[in-house]
Design a protein around this ligand. Sequence first.
Ligand SMILES: [Fe+2]
Length: 247
Amino acid sequence: MDKVLFNLYLKGLFRICIFLLKIASIFDERFEKKISFYRYFKKKKKYKKIFLRLLHQPKMFIFNLPYDSKKLTKKIYNYEMLYLDNQKTNDGHKKVYQSKDDLNNRKEFSKITNYIEDFINKNISIYFENNKLKLIKMWIVITKNLGIMKKHSHFNSDFSGILYVKVDNHKNYKGGLKIHNVMQNIEIYTFSKHKNIFKKKINRKKSFIFKPKKNDLVIFNSYIEHSVVNKNSKIVDRISLPFDMVF
Ligand SMILES: [Fe+2]
C-alpha cells in the first residue's frame, strides 16, 4: 500500500491517494489519519518531483539557540499592536493571543527574522539538496495559563517553525507542542552544541509531546499537524514566535 501511495504521490495524484486511503480506512482506521498528509499536497501549488521526493519524509529539527532573548522579549511586550490584533479569536483556541503574521516585515523584528533565516539555512539546507528557505511569515503567540491550541497545520508554506521565548520550566508541567505523527515515521534531528552534529532518531508513535526549553528553535514540515497542550501551567505568559518558510 505504501509503495502504491508513494508512486501516485510522486505523479501528483493526491486525490487518488485520498480515495484509496478512504477505502482502506473502512478496514483499518489508521489509514484515515494519513489523509491529512495528501490533503496538504492537494491544496498546495504544484511541486516539482524533486521537491515531492524531498518532502515526503517528515522531519523535525531541534536546536537551542545561543541567542540573548532579553531584548526580544522586551520588543514583544512593546509591540504596539499587542493584544489588539488577535487573529485567532474564533478558531476554537483558548486563552491564546496570536498577532498578525507580518512581524518579519517590521523593523523591530528584522534582526530576529534574519537571524532565524540564516541559522536555518546554514544548518539544515544540507538536508534539502542546498535549497534555501525564505521566512515569509512570523507572528507572536502568547498563551495564558491553561491556554490551548487546537490541532492544525500550516498550508501555504513548506516548513514551519517556532522559537520559544518564554516557557514553563516547572518540573510537573505536562504541556508542550503535540506532534501528530500520522505517517508514524518522523525523523527527529536534535542538534548537539558540544559535538556540533545532529543526533537522529525516528519516532513511530502516533503522537508525542515536545516539551520546549527557553531559546529552543524547532522546525518541521508544514504539513505536520500539531497542537498545544497545557496542563497545570504555573506561569502566566508563555511566549513563542512561530514562522513559516518557503523554498
Ligand atoms: Fe502552528
